[in-house]
Ligand binder design. Structure first.
Ligand SMILES: Cc1cc2nc3c(=O)[nH]c(=O)nc-3n(C[C@H](O)[C@H](O)[C@H](O)COP(=O)(O)OP(=O)(O)OC[C@H]3O[C@@H](n4cnc5c(N)ncnc54)[C@H](O)[C@@H]3O)c2cc1C
Length: 316
């Protein structure tokens, strides 16, 4: 079922979560172990992230450096299919521009359609670590809006291969939104204009980057409305689980942590207290967001569902 149908059929706030494919070589059981504890809370859908290749350099004979492509977390589509099969819950693969030509994207969408997957989260992807800025694959998309346009074209019966019949595609398209703006964007206005372009290109709903200050989300929602962005906006949440994240989260996600939260975390006696503070903060955020009428709460589990379970017990 489409995410938008889940939302329109529900009278109360839904719950969904995101998982990462396991590191290459690990069993799919690690995925099931992170999903199982959350099933009792009746998730409406489960997102599975996509990780493109990374490059490493190996020294060869005579000191030559060989650039080698490594895929650390392959398997997004297979995992989605396994989730649908095992749990009968909608699984949403993330699809990115990076590393894909338009033809490869089209073929990936055909695979998803064969598997009965109705939803995709369309993203650009980050630049690979060895590049200063995002570089699309030759013949690939530079921005998520172009990927959304391609999916929307397919939904309207237009494959790149114009000879091929295409009458059965109806993907519900999600895109990313950034309450504290995307790192590359000069300001929130420009980022919102680009977000609006994704919606005008056919995006059906927005999932946000994580945030710890609900007022940032409420402001983002208000600004979206003022700009005429009227699709559902799903807030993304992740509890802080270690003191080191006070430094790493703002850097990785380009977001601020509220002073009050940092103050509590710095004064915690140990990591277990840090974890508890993170859980309580997320519970309070969740309750306030539900009260404000958000359609769904989306949790970033990062493969660790114990904290999310504690939060869900208090919130749903
Ligand atoms: C909910 C969520 C899930 C994610 N899942 C994954 C994942 O599974 N795998 C992964 O690799 N990454 C993932 N990411 C990270 C995401 O790929 C990065 O944040 C990436 O840098 C931007 O992706 P985007 O889709 O927002 O890009 P875009 O919407 O293309 O925006 C990227 C930047 O370009 C600007 N921009 C957009 N259009 C234009 C234009 N036409 N001209 C000029 N500037 C423009 C935007 O303002 C923004 O600054 C996720 C992020 C979120 C919020």
């Amino acid at each position: 079922m489409k995410v938008t149908d889940h939302i329109s059929k529900s009278k109360s706030t839904l719950f969904s979560f995101e998982i990462l494919p396991p590191i290459k070589g690990r069993s799919i059981n690690s995925i099931y172990e992170s999903i199982d504890p959350l099933i009792e809370f009746d998730p409406s859908f489960i997102n599975v992230t996509y990780h493109r290749e990374e490059f490493i350099y190996k020294t060869r004979e005579l000191g030559y450096l060989e650039k080698i492509s490594v895929r650390k977390r392959p398997g997004t589509v297979g995992i989605c299919s396994a989730i649908i099969n095992k749990y009968k819950i909608d699984a949403i693969p993330h699809l990115i521009c990076g590393g894909f030509t338009r033809e490869e994207t089209e073929n990936a969408l055909i695979d998803l359609q064969y598997l009965g997957i109705d939803n995709v989260l369309a993203l650009r992807g980050d630049p690979v670590k060895t590049e200063k800025e995002f570089i699309p694959k030759n013949g690939g998309h530079s921005y998520a809006v172009d990927l959304v346009k391609q999916i929307n074209n397919i939904n309207h019966g237009n494959l790149l291969d114009t000879e091929a019949p295409s009458d059965d595609f109806e993907f519900c398209i999600g895109v990313a939104g950034y309450p504290e703006k995307h790192i590359e964007s000069p300001n929130l206005e420009i980022d919102l204009l680009n977000l609006k372009s994704k919606v005008e290109a056919g995006a059906d709903y927005i999932v946000t980057q994580l945030f710890y200050d609900n007022s940032k989300f409420f402001n983002f929602k208000k600004r979206c409305k003022e700009m005429g962005i009227n699709v559902p906006i799903i807030p993304g949440l992740k509890p802080i689980s270690s003191l080191s994240q006070v430094k790493s989260i703002p850097k990785t996600f380009n977001i601020d942590l509220p002073f009050e939260l940092c103050d509590m975390l710095y004064n915690a006696k140990n990591e277990s207290e840090v974890n508890q503070i993170g859980i309580e903060w997320c519970i309070n955020q969740s309750k306030e967001l539900i009260k404000s009428g958000v359609p769904c709460l989306h949790y970033y589990t990062m493969g660790k569902s114990e904290s999310i379970k504690k939060i869900l017990k208090k919130v749903f």
